[in-house]
Write a protein that binds this ligand. Structure first.
Ligand code: ARG
Length: 583
């Protein structure tokens, strides 16, 4: 049986072996896909047509694609996974899996754990994921929430697949906003900037708004604020002190959100790269990658009007300078094999330029293949389809948003279980409330804008976390009702797939690995959510028609229920959702 990886992957190797022995010079990659209609078997190999086109006209070549398909089938190595193959159409090869093998495959997973189904393609790779990354003293808004949720899901998936993941929070802690804040505080406190008078730092959003209003209205203040940034970046001690206190206050606020969501992040803000900026830029200039333009230092790209500005006219550094230094550090010191950035889709152009400049400057190593992705996402809109804001018109504070989702779940759960203990209620509302917010975000194609609606995300029907958490709890209830220790049972009992519904369920359960692989191909978490939602549908069909408890097949069917629950929980885990066993 299998040692990690998906069924599709195993079939791909089998067909690959056949193709490379039957058509050694064709240079064709084997391609195997799931079939959606059981009429055509469980998987399909589509290589015959392309292979035929390649060898047409040559000595002894097959007469038509069907003959190519026949040759591929004849060359398939023996395996206990394939029960039979049939040909369809011009040369499609349909594969029917052995039912005995499939039952064993699921049973083995129950014994060795879901880790045995993790795709191995990313194992031991060093992956840097740059996500969340709010800006100090500015508000952490729903866009950052989206980056946090999507990024955490990708990290969890990569970790499951055995990658060595560095979760980096590239906090905006060094920008021009600090000049404004520090100058504002300094004006208010002519006696000095001591920590004892830091009440203003306690509510950074209020402080930021007040300072920004002054900045926009008062030219003298604007100039003073610019000077303050220069002094801060030049290392003026009392300014650095206030800066540290502002960052600490901000950090505590961000951490409250991360704790609630159960997201782990390592802070490595923009300031970390400050000591490297000048050298980074000088090197770019020396290599001729960056050139002087209007007193600034810029990298130009063909077909783009705006360059990447790596050093401003006044000698200051900005967002792009930091990202160049960060890219270099991640490729060299961190030895990343893969770097992923999560920000709104509006920054796609910025990252394209950063990656291209990095290539031109020779940042990418020659001794290993590096993958680099900007994972963009759309905006979060209000229920009315307009900009997302609170009833009073302000930006929504994330803590309040999460509280609201929780509060709404409380009523629903209490209605269904009036006798629930306060402790259990708290657990259930957190799981459901936060789960609902995360799931609603992840289930949408990340590139589209999505409408944030409590009513929709908390619905018990349809594609929501609430529905799925109930579905899981229902399976847990079946297992409890059996009174059996199902984990023990798995060691002694075979899963027998006696009818089509059982086969369909076992097959869908097994396709979990493929859902994970697909998600990692192009980094769309909605592939995993739709897999999970389909799984609960397939399970429902099975359960409506196959009685479990009190039948002759009880043990085997209980194991299928258990496998479904295990896979659902692993999906929840990858999505960052806490499963519930009883609601
Ligand atoms: N702080 C930025 C923002 O709020 C996101 C940073 C993303 N990461 C990066 N390396 N540029 O838009």
């Amino acid at each position: 049986t299998s040692t990690g990886g998906s069924i599709r992957q195993e079939l791909t190797s089998l067909f690959g072996a056949s193709i490379s022995s039957t058509f050694p010079d064709a240079g064709v990659q084997p391609s195997v896909a799931q079939t959606n209609d059981p009429k055509f078997g469980d998987y399909q190999c589509n290589n015959a047509m392309a292979l035929f086109a390649k060898c047409k006209g040559k000595e002894g070549a097959p007469k038509n694609p069907r003959a190519v398909a026949e040759a591929i089938v004849a060359g398939l190595p023996a395996s206990d996974l394939v029960e039979s193959t049939t040909l369809a159409g011009p040369g499609f090869i349909n594969v029917r899996l052995s039912r005995a093998w499939l039952g064993r495959h699921v049973g083995d997973m129950l014994v060795s754990g879901i880790g045995s189904w993790a795709p191995r393609g990313q194992a031991r790779k060093r992956v840097v994921v740059d996500f969340s990354s709010p800006n100090v003293a500015k508000e952490m808004h729903v866009g950052h929430l989206r980056s946090t949720i999507l990024g955490d899901c990708l990290c969890r998936t990569l970790e499951y697949c055995g990658a060595d993941v560095l979760r980096l929070n590239h906090i905006g802690d060094w920008g021009t906003q600090f000049g404004m804040l520090i100058q504002y505080i300094a004006d208010k406190r002519p006696g000095g900037l001591s920590a004892a008078e830091d009440e203003d730092v306690a509510d950074l959003q209020v402080l930021y708004r007040a300072a920004k209003a002054r900045f926009d209205a008062d030219e003298g203040f604007k100039a003073a604020a610019r000077e303050a940034v220069t002094q801060l970046q030049g290392g003026r001690p009392e300014y650095l002190e206030v800066w540290r206190r502002i960052c600490a206050a901000s950090r505590a606020e961000f951490q409250r959100i991360y704790d609630r969501l159960g997201v782990e992040l390592q802070e490595r803000g923009e300031s970390f790269y400050n000591p490297r900026l000048q050298a980074t830029v000088d090197a770019l200039v020396e290599q001729g990658v960056a050139v002087e333009s209007d007193g600034a230092r810029c990298v130009f790209f063909e077909g783009r009007d705006v360059p990447l500005i790596v050093q401003k006219r006044d000698g200051g550094f900005g967002y792009a300078s930091t990202d160049m230094a960060a890219l270099h550090q991640r490729l060299t010191e961190e030895r990343a094999d893969w770097i992923v950035y999560l920000t709104d889709a509006g920054q796609a152009g910025h990252f394209e330029m950063i990656f291209a400049a990095g290539r031109r400057a020779g940042y990418f190593p020659k001794d290993r293949e590096v993958r680099i992705d900007h994972v963009g996402f759309g905006l979060v809109m209000g229920e009315d389809g307009k900009k997302f804001k609170s009833r009073s018109g302000d930006t929504v504070r994330l803590v309040e948003l999460l509280d609201e989702a929780k509060a709404r779940c409380r009523t629903t759960i209490k209605e269904r279980r009036p006798d629930i203990s306060e402790e259990e209620l708290e657990e259930a509302t957190s799981a459901m409330g936060y789960g609902a917010v995360k799931y609603a975000d992840l289930k949408n194609n990340r590139l589209t804008n999505y409408r944030f609606s409590y009513n929709e995300m908390l619905s018990m029907q349809g594609d929501t976390a609430v529905y799925l958490l109930y579905a899981h709890a229902r399976i847990a209830a079946i297992l409890r009702k059996s009174g059996k220790d199902v984990a023990e049972l798995a060691k002694s009992t075979k899963i027998t797939l006696g009818n089509d519904l059982e086969v369909a369920l076992a097959l869908h359960v097994s396709r979990f690995s493929e859902a994970v692989e697909e998600m990692l191909t192009d980094l769309y978490p909605n592939r995993l959510t739709s897999y999970l939602y389909d799984l609960s549908g397939v399970f429902n069909q099975y359960y409506t028609e196959c009685q479990v408890i009190g039948t002759e097949e009880e043990d085997s069917r209980l194991l299928l229920c258990e496998a479904t629950a295990v896979v659902m929980r692993q999906c929840f885990h990858l999505l960052g959702i806490t499963p519930l066993y009883r609601i």
